[in-house]
Write a protein that binds this ligand. Sequence first.
Ligand code: BDP
Length: 712
Amino acid sequence: MVLKNEDGYELWLRYHLVDDAELLAVYRQQIREIVFPGDSPTLRVARGELQCGLEGLLGHEVMLSESVTEDGAIVCGTPESSAKILEQKLVDLDTVGDEGYVISQQVVDWHQTIIIAANSDKGVLYGVFAFLRLLQTQQSLDGLHIVSAPKVKLRMLNHWDNLDGTIERGFAGHSLWDWHKLPHYIDPRYTDYARACASIGLNATVLTNVNANALILTEPYLHKVAALADVLRPYGLQVYLTARFSAPMEIGGLSTADPLDADVAAWWKAKVDQIYSILPDFGGFVVKANSEGQPGPHDYGRIHADGANMLADALEPHGGICIWRAFVYDADVQEDRAKQANSQLVPQDGTFKANALLQVKNGPIDFQPREPYHPLFGAMPKTPLMLEVQITQEYLGNATHLVYLAPMFKETLDADTYVKGPGSTVAKVVDGSLDGHDISGMAAVTNIGDDRNWCGHPFAAANWYAYGRLTWDYTLSSEQIADEWLRMTFSNDEDFVDTIIQMMIDSRESVVKYMMPLGLHHIFAEGHHYGPGPWVDGIRPDWTAVYYHQADAEGVGFDRTASGTDAVSLYNPPYRDQLANVDTCPENLLLWFHHVSWDHVLKSGRTLWDEMCLMYQEGVNEVRQMQQTWETLEGKIDAARYMHVKKLLVVQEREARWWRDACLTYFQAFHGKPLPEGVEPAEHDLDYYENIVHYYVPGIPERRFDKIGTHS
Ligand code: BDP
């Protein structure tokens, strides 16, 4: 059978006919009518989704019924919206809070019934999506009893979208938000975006770039925001905006943005009041301040908490929150960038208002292929800390490389801070359970654009999916999430699923190997970060590569032990001791924490140089393996998506070689040691790699090139 070509628009919400005939017959017996009273906007969209999903999956319309008339009813609602749910007195509902759900097989009015129940309309919507997922992944419905609630309260996407339609670090086209046509024209795609988010439990979205534009806070734009929020609201998505700290000067006519200035505070109060008058369920602000040139309280000799608290004060009467980013580092400060956030923020623990949170990147530098967990986790027990990850692959091959990020997200979530003894994981800091915070959250920089398939690479949507699923339940395994996503996105064919899960899981380690193995970090080309740039120098030191790898004739790596910057002391024992000792430091973080001789012998018995070379080669080999694996799947999925991935894997293999050759040629020049056996020699000399130029790489505003032929 020739499979119909697909373009990826449907994401994982493909409600195609269940292709297992036996199972389809069983489902048709088990699902015969829908009893779904209630008329709120959220219940309406939940009902519509259920009907549409079932129609596609079962191949016929399932009728709505006022009551349970036969075996095979699906009864949906809350105790308020549905008398039947109320009657059932489901004890499990007491445990799922205001967003969780219960899906359970029950006898209702003497008939075998499946109940999808929740305490809120939103919970019902999540339950409906979870139920459809069971069918999409061809699970048995016999004896069904699922009780599920999210582990984290704020489950956010951060769009780094600019008002001109470009996306900072976006590799899948332009922004979805058509500010020019809003509020009058509402793109139907907004609804599909909201459906996709709700289907994985996301409940908040920040529409604008952290490098903020104050214009978004002006009245005409606020009406545009409100129109978008109207579409997203029924799906449980609350809208947030980024606030530019200097907005009182830029759009308010004030001469200062000093957070302790009474006029400034009054301006923000009035601005926030105006926002809520236009958008009554506005979520709040996300703020990047005094970081990478953004304005902030330091400009006035104030501290971060002063800035955050001023905004939190303005938001508080409306129930809004202020999310302050902990990605703060200063070009004028000599201190190791891996320490700066701790130095600035730890002393302020306990001074933030109750409706202020700190948003902390997974690692202390910047979304690198591998980082140790950020040492702020565990270091600020009095402040709710959100985890920020990056779904868009700024540092992971953009939208051309197949890299499945769930293992990377989980690496951080599962990391043990040891702050209250073993088991004090980052996840427990983030969900608030370790320090008893009510408010908790996760945020991710999205990879969504207006590409037809949303995220560019057909596999990039897996990372949006995985992130959402992990915000709901970070205990899910990367394998399980990949399994669901593959079945829903491509096929339930067991061979296909088993083969590709493994390929996805391995892909994260492969990219680390061919980009920056053994704890190397920040050796990207300057500015656009597309490709290798270990030679980058001559700009502010903490933006160069040479600052981070510290290579010389003797060795390589950043000494963050006591003999160096001592960033290692920000971690707690026993992890700290393990990291501090060159012999016990996990080798995948070795050069993050140690400056090591090229001849240092590793666990494998090989020298550092040989090991590094072999890792780069292994990375390339693994991409070639991915290509071979993928080619065995021809005919198992539709030709269009098959070919799309196949062609991108060709690019990925070429770029993996580029990384290997550029980096090894560069490092080799320090000591002249030969490549060990098994490592393919570079095609070109160092000069060639250093002079590769890329113009107009997506994800950064247009750049000027003053000298054609030199890197930007
Ligand atoms: C860096 C990006 C930059 C962002 C910054 C941030 O290169 O474009 O503005 O993160 O998180 O990784 O603020």
